[in-house]
Design a protein around this ligand. Structure first.
Ligand SMILES: Cc1cc2nc3c(=O)[nH]c(=O)nc-3n(C[C@H](O)[C@H](O)[C@H](O)COP(=O)(O)O)c2cc1C
Ligand code: SF4
Ligand code: FES
Length: 582
């Protein structure tokens, strides 16, 4: 794109989409390059403004980008760099409707390639997408119709594309006895659009209880509970909340991380769509305990239903005066970038920048979003925190094991009879979880299981006896990640699976550091050469090359994306899975 954007003008529809967000134009002061104070203050609205025009027109035209730059006094090159970073913003297309079809590793088990072939044959224009967070009902697609919105469709067949629907899907089946559930107990039972429905189940009583306890007692209960983060890093929540509470530095923020884009993960979608008022209550609790006056819920762009239900839940809760005084809560929409789940990249995204992680320290509790002390937690962690305060820290710690306390949600998908989100106490074996999901589908045999999603580790049937805890999976050389467990049957061509995983990391690398930017490309290339029986040198030289790349990416990358980009590949080679070049 030629960056002399200022010559292009927006259409009326684009202009009014931006004005609806930013208010009427106040007069252009001509400062598009130098920015200044105004730019700093409104810069964080860049992504919402890009969404506004993409929603209205189906693409971000040069004219629209120029107008956004004027309104926010952001330099055009900067804005262009941001718009092109995020997959959901289309900067070259003609606009109009779009279709995204998931061809990731679970949908591939449910015929995604045949679906794409049928779409190709019929001349349908679509884009291939990484995991859309609908793996429990694969294969999945997402439609966008300007002026109407986004809609998820799953499972899809070729006929689903003739007349796309934008109806909200149910949050997902809960396949367990309700009496056994805590985190999932309201899903599918309580109307997610009704505050009254939530109040009837004891909603907002926990926040009231916390207010009588006081912030220090809330944090003490969280410490007693042993609750550790459910987003992958397993950091103790009590310590994090205490860190934010004790941080100096004026304004403080709390953030719910609902970016959930790890292939094979969909538990946070279920919680946000099925129990949105509980997340609002948990965020109010977070603000109260830490002294933060502002909260963000960052929802991945591919979860339109979650976004709408959370917006509605916030509006009703504020309207009823249950939250609001001294605490403001806002939903922010991601735009198709897996890396934005990494906490510091997520801060950059909220601030209106490309989602590029930064080095830690300083840690978010000292310097997070807008350079202010920030607490950030996964959605499941926040709902578990609510349970801790409702039931007491000791009662929560009595569930699970000493180092992994409480209930845990697992996203079970792939070659099982009943894919879904399952809630079990930490310490349940993988075998028991597989049994809950109905075993391997169609009476097949287990080929391998990928624990922790694309960033995780392949394991064979010996992992079935491993208790699902942070400590036991780590001792067994696997990982829990955030709870994605993808099963593959013994007919699987794992070479193809690895190729898709390698493509995912190459696509999603933010490109900021060399080991990851180059390493993910080289890894994908080496795997492709091996698969085509055209190794560079010998097969063992290629294998050594992959091992070297793994060491460099793991040791020298800035963030977790690069550090884990080789782990599935390495573990599959170690196990000698079928189809993986030996
Ligand atoms: C590449 C990458 C993607 C991540 N994606 C998510 C995500 O989608 N959701 C999430 O809660 N944490 C994600 N994380 C972890 C966050 O950086 C952070 O640790 C987490 O939000 C903290 O919350 P917790 O302590 O409740 O787990 C990701 C990390 C990396 C490196
Ligand atoms: S490791 Fe990859 S995703 Fe992370 S900062 Fe470096 S280039 Fe970006
Ligand atoms: S929705 Fe397709 S792999 Fe998750």
């Amino acid at each position: 794109m030629d960056l002399r954007l200022m010559l292009d003008r927006p259409t009326e529809a684009e202009r009014s989409a931006v004005d609806d967000l930013l208010g009427p134009e106040e007069g252009f002061d001509g400062r598009v390059v130098f920015g200044g104070r105004a730019a700093r203050q409104r810069r964080h609205l860049l992504l919402p403004a890009l969404h506004a025009v993409q929603d209205a027109a189906g693409s971000v035209s040069r004219g629209a980008l120029a107008y956004i730059c004027e309104r926010l006094t952001v330099p055009p090159a900067e804005a262009y760099g941001v718009a092109t970073f995020y997959a959901l913003f289309d900067t070259d297309g003609p606009g109009g409707p779009s279709i995204h079809v998931c061809d990731d590793i679970v949908c591939a088990q449910y015929g995604a390639e045949d679906l794409c072939a049928a779409l190709d044959a019929s001349g349908t224009v679509y884009e291939r997408s990484p995991c859309l967070g609908q793996c429990d009902r694969a294969p999945a697609a997402m439609f966008h119709q300007p002026g109407i919105g986004y809609g998820n469709a799953a499972p899809v067949t070729p006929s689903s594309f003739g007349a796309p629907t934008f109806d909200e899907l149910p949050p997902g089946l809960v396949n367990q006895d309700r009496e056994e559930l805590t985190l999932l107990r309201r899903i599918g039972v309580v109307d997610p659009s009704s505050l009254d429905g939530y109040l009837e189940t004891g909603g907002f009583e926990t926040l009231a209880k916390a207010r009588t306890m006081g912030p220090e007692a809330v944090i003490a209960a969280l410490k007693t509970s042993g609750l550790r983060g459910r987003g992958g890093a397993a950091f103790p929540i009590g310590l994090k909340w205490e860190g934010v509470r004790e941080a100096r530095g004026g304004d403080k923020y709390v953030i719910a991380n609902g970016d959930e884009s790890e292939p094979g993960t969909f538990k946070d979608r279920l919680l946000m769509e099925g129990d949105p008022f509980a997340l609002v209550e948990a965020m109010a609790l977070y603000g109260y305990a830490t002294g933060a006056g502002k909260g963000f819920i960052y929802v991945r762009g591919e979860y339109p239903t979650a976004e709408k239900r959370l917006e509605n839940a916030i509006a009703q809760t504020v309207g009823a005066g249950l939250i609001g005084e001294g605490f403001d809560l806002e939903v922010r929409r991601g735009a198709g970038a897996y890396i934005c789940g990494e906490e510091t990249a997520l801060f950059a995204s909220i601030e209106g920048h490309r989602g590029e992680p930064r080095q830690k320290p300083p840690f978010p509790t000292q310097s997070g979003v807008f350079g202010k002390p920030t607490g950030i937690n996964n959605i499941e962690t926040l709902l578990a925190a609510l349970e801790v305060i409702a039931r007491g820290g000791e009662a929560f710690a009595a569930v699970g094991t000493e180092q992994s306390t409480g209930p845990k949600l697992f996203c079970v998908s792939g070659a099982v009879a009943r894919p879904g989100v399952y809630e079990v106490p930490f310490g349940t074996t993988l075998r028991a979880l597989l049994a809950l999901a109905g075993g391997i589908r169609d009476g097949g045999d287990l080929g391998a299981v990928l624990m922790g999603g694309a960033a995780g580790v392949f394991a064979d049937r010996s992992a079935l006896e491993v208790p699902l805890t942070f400590e036991d999976t780590s001792a067994a050389g696997t990982t829990l990640g955030s709870g994605a467990i993808i099963f593959f049957d013994d007919q699987t061509d794992f070479g193809g699976v690895l190729g898709r995983i390698a493509r995912f990391f190459r696509d999603e690398s933010c490109g900021q550091c060399v080991p990851c930017r180059i390493g993910t490309v080289r890894q994908e290339e080496a795997l492709a050469r091996l698969r085509a029986h055209r190794p560079l040198g010998s097969v063992s030289e290629e294998r050594r090359r992959l091992d070297d790349l793994a060491v460099v990416m793991t040791d020298a990358s800035i963030c977790g994306l690069g550090q884990t980009a080789a782990s599935a590949v390495q573990s599959a080679m170690k196990l000698g899975l079928p189809g993986v070049p030996a």
